[in-house]
Design a protein around this ligand. Structure first.
Ligand SMILES: C[SH](C)CC(=O)O
Length: 270
């Protein structure tokens, strides 16, 4: 037929990221909710870096590809891609990213607690740091540069907060580009307040466990309500949720804009 079926062109494969990411669970759910499993659609796990380089190659050759996508992320600035409509609302509308701290942090480190509680920025501000890192700038330097360029924003987080002298603090994260940006910015602000921050990247489940067991003090990577929902429930009661540090995020399936006849997850079934 005129438009060759999409499935066979891409081996019925959706190019995903690290297995534990919430977006991967949501995509698995989408495969069954949209009855795509019947057509042996499958979700490939890899990593954010592998996914974006596979996307880069497909776009260079103007080949079809379906990826797990999310905003804020530089992929939407760098590549002409679009989210697929999700009429059955598997991925949810918008996501917010919350700051999660260990129980007792307020008592042990009131200054850090205040800064973490106030930490809040926009997708545009996060994307500035993400793009610098994507252009090869060291994440710590990209964070320093952003802080230097945004003193008013940072003052909102630190106003009236006493400096400390070398208190150690540990922030864990998953090496998604968004969290590399936010974790380095938070760590740098804490450093400028006199803390000695350690940041440690790991998979999503160990990150949630690290705060719940008090091995770490905080994480600013809780994509909610959907993508981290399962971990939030698993560790309920073993952390303190300080609310969103970013709003207006979004997760879903995305394709290059040149795939003009693929605009909804329903269209994958053609
Ligand atoms: C890949 S998104 C940054 C977060 C998530 O899917 O858990």
């Amino acid at each position: 037929d005129a438009k060759q079926k999409l499935g066979p062109q891409i081996n019925y494969t959706i190019t995903g990221i690290d297995a534990g990411a919430g977006i991967m669970a949501s995509t698995q759910k989408a495969l069954s909710t949209y009855h795509l499993e019947g057509q042996n659609w499958q979700l490939q796990t890899s990593s954010t870096a592998a996914m974006t380089s596979t996307l880069d190659k497909a776009i260079a050759d103007k080949r079809p590809i379906v990826i797990t996508g999310w905003q804020p992320h530089w992929m939407f600035t760098k590549y002409p891609i679009k989210f697929l409509k999700d009429p059955k609302n598997v991925f949810g509308q918008a996501e917010h990213i919350n700051t999660i701290v260990r129980k007792g942090l307020k008592k042990d480190m009131p200054e850090a607690y205040t800064i973490l509680d106030r930490f809040h920025w926009t997708p545009a501000e996060m994307s500035k740091v993400m793009l610098q890192v994507n252009d090869g700038v060291d994440p710590e330097k990209a964070a320093k540069d952003w802080i230097k360029a945004n003193p008013k924003q940072v003052a909102k987080w630190t106003k009236g907060v006493k400096k400390v002298h070398g208190t150690k603090i540990k922030v864990t994260y998953v090496a998604w580009d968004s969290e590399i940006a936010s974790t380095n910015v938070v760590a740098e602000v804490l450093r400028q307040q006199g803390y000695e921050p350690t940041i440690q990247a790991m998979e999503i489940q160990p990150m949630w466990a690290s705060v719940a067991t008090k091995a770490a003090d905080a994480q600013v990577a809780a994509w909610l309500p959907k993508t981290s929902g399962l971990y939030y429930k698993d560790y309920q009661g073993k952390f303190e949720d300080l609310g969103p540090n970013l709003e207006g995020a979004k997760v879903g399936l995305a394709v290059p804009k040149y795939m003009t006849n693929v605009n909804s997850i329903e269209d994958l079934k053609t």
